[in-house]
Design a protein around this ligand. Sequence first.
Ligand code: BT5
Length: 255
Amino acid sequence: MIRILKKKRIKKNLSESVFGRNIEYMPVCDSTNELAKRKSDMPHGTVFIADEQTKGKGRLGRSWESEKKSGICMSVLIKDDIPLSDVAQLTLIAGVAVCRALGYDTKIKWPNDVVIGSRKVSGILTERSGDAVICGIGINVNTKEFPPELRERATSLFIESGEKHDRDYICALVLNEFELLYNQFKEGGFAEIYGEYFDLCVTLGNDVVAIRDGAEITGFACGISPEGGLIIDTEEGEITVSSGEVSVRGMYGYI
Ligand code: BT5
């Protein structure tokens, strides 16, 4: 059975007080991040969700593919005076929230790919629009098959378990965990979540290539900086790259 997302069923499982208390649902939209930008006058914590995105966005001009009514595409509108320097950290926090909510053996490929084994199950795109920050989360839930170009690198909860999952319920779990982590972050900064992020990050310990402005930085991923940057040990010494500026891949595979 295929169902559409339902606001009421999401709200029923919310345990926190802000994220998702106001939900804007569209059956189809270009991108929930773009929708959130157009409606950024809505209250802090509003969540925009859609059953289908026609122009789902990834980072650095890439795209996010999603089969209609099978995944989660949602964006949280954050209007809370977040300094520009903290925006990238929200992506990392959202990744931890997704891992907590999904369970399975989810890990994070720095900065924002939530993976099971070596396949991506979720991606996060955080963008700034005026005073607001929009945190977009895509999760492959009941996807049975991916387009050929993604097949080797993408997975869904259905593919992992052979079972369909309740998307409304998962939306609520992600929002609950995200709000808890967000409150910790507001109180004590990224330091509050650093340890958990570090433990989840499977990029560490691998040889990686980071591409920054077309130039390659090659080395051993050896740490996460206190701000959430990836520390790469290169022949020229340690270089810290931040998530807004680079794409990273393993030298011997996706991770
Ligand atoms: C991301 O970018 O992973 C961010 C994805 C954010 C999607 C959400 S959905 C709600 C909100 N509205 C939007 O328009 N976007 C957000 P990045 O790290 O750049 O990864 C993009 C790459 O992941 C693509 O180039 C593909 O290789 C791969 N990819 C695309 N769709 C995928 C999928 N469904 N599952 C796994 N991998 C995918």
